[in-house]
Ligand binder design. Structure first.
Ligand code: AMP
Length: 395
């Protein structure tokens, strides 16, 4: 167990908090989805309520290690001020830390907050440069990490800074580690994992380690065609992952050895092109036309998956069943989301596209936990220790 903000005395202390304010912004520079801002509020409100002097920091977008005002965090400071009902000052330096910023931090009173400029305006951030980490640490007495979405990266603000300060977790990271950790280490069984999405090559290590833990595993979405190809099916112009194809026999053998039930789709929606208005039809998985591509699971698969979901007591889902961003290819992903919403089970959504899908279908409130980190939750499920969590003090 990691220490949290509740395990340290923060009254009158300067507390630097790594948040995940990597929010989407439109062409006019407005935030289009404030979920990440609102998700950070419990930790910030707690610290302010305890009389801490709070220094907030985050990255946003990919400014490539140099100032790019398109990615300035000023909009986030405004949004935070609105949500908190009190001003969060913005330390506008493109250097992130300089003498003006140090002076602004020194001038903070108890229960006041300021936000630093985008950390990725400095190339030292992603390089985990010790001097930059020391500069950040110099602004505070205590370090709090609450950015689960970047916890799988060892950057100056997520890992390096912890070498110089007492380091604890915020409520968001605490919640992520609790739900993901319990689901994988001590789940109510049966434990079912559902893996979809496009990149089977990337997900092979996750599949491998899940096979040590789960009772059943659904492999679907863009990953399934690689397994269909291995079976000798025609897969037309569907996604095929050569690396995955080479490793498929090993994964199938491991599933058998571990007694894990592997469940694949039995039908598919196929389209001529990856376009919403493309001609499309349903077919059995082994009868795909050679000039079409799989873009979703079919209704028979959706029913089989829903039955699996009904039987499980813990369900972890990562990756859509089809190209859900296109309305005509979203039915399979929606069916899985609906079955999970109705399940009498702990339901965990592993961030990224599946989280977006669940939001899109208005079912987010029906899930036990929606992870705020796609990559981070996958690495967690893979059994890797996340650098941004590893640096925090144990209880
Ligand atoms: P990933 O990043 O691996 O989770 O993949 C997510 C992407 O996979 C989404 O953008 C989906 O559109 C895409 N996807 C899911 N199923 C399919 C499919 N059957 N064919 C092509 N792309 C798919």
């Amino acid at each position: 167990m990691k220490k949290t903000v509740k395990d340290v005395d923060v009254k009158g202390k300067r507390v630097i908090v790594r948040c995940d304010f990597n929010v989407p912004i439109d062409d006019e520079g407005k935030i289009t989805d404030e979920t990440r801002v609102t998700a950070s509020l419990p930790t910030i409100e707690y610290l302010l309520g305890q009389g801490a002097r709070v220094v907030l920091m985050s990255h946003m977008g990919r400014p490539d290690g140099a100032p790019d005002m398109k990615y300035s965090l000023k909009v986030v400071a405004d949004s935070l001020s609105r949500h908190l009902g009190r001003e969060v000052a913005f330390a506008a330096s493109p250097e992130v830390v300089d003498d003006n910023v140090r002076a602004a931090v020194a001038a903070l009173g108890d229960g006041q907050a300021l936000l630093l400029e985008n950390l990725r305006f400095r190339k030292e951030e992603t390089k985990n440069d010790p001097e930059f980490a020391k500069d950040l640490a110099g602004l505070a007495d205590v370090y709090v990490n609450d950015a689960f979405g970047t916890a799988h990266r060892a950057h100056a603000s997520t890992a390096g800074v912890a070498a110089y300060l007492p380091a604890v977790s915020g409520f968001l990271i605490e919640k992520e580690v609790k739900f993901l950790g319990e689901a994988i280490e001590n789940p109510s069984r049966p434990l079912l994992a559902i893996l979809g999405g496009a990149k089977v090559g990337d997900k092979i290590p996750v599949i491998e380690s899940l096979l040590d833990k789960v009772d059943a595993l659904i492999i679907a979405g863009g990953m399934s065609y690689t397994f269909f190809k291995h079976r000798g099916y025609e897969i037309g112009t569907s996604l095929l992952d050569e690396k995955g194809l080479a490793l498929a026999p090993k994964l199938l053998a491991k599933a058998q050895e571990k007694g894990v039930r592997l469940v694949f789709a039995v039908d598919a929606k196929v389209a001529r092109e990856r376009a919403n208005d493309s001609e499309s039809l349903y077919c059995d998985a082994d009868k795909m036309p050679a000039d079409m591509m799989g873009v979703d699971i079919g209704p028979k698969s959706a029913a089989i998956f829903a039955e699996e979901i009904k039987k499980a007591k813990t369900i972890i889902w990562n990756g859509p069943m089809g190209v859900f961003e296109m309305a005509n290819f979203a039915a399979g992903t929606r069916a899985v989301a609906e079955a999970m919403a109705e399940a009498d089970a702990v339901t965990i959504i592993g961030g990224g596209d599946s989280a977006a899908a669940v939001e899109q279908f208005g079912l987010a409130g029906k899930m036990t936990h929606i992870s705020t980190g796609g990559g981070a939750s996958l690495e967690f499920l893979e059994g890797k220790e996340l650098p941004g969590v590893a640096v925090l003090q144990d209880k």
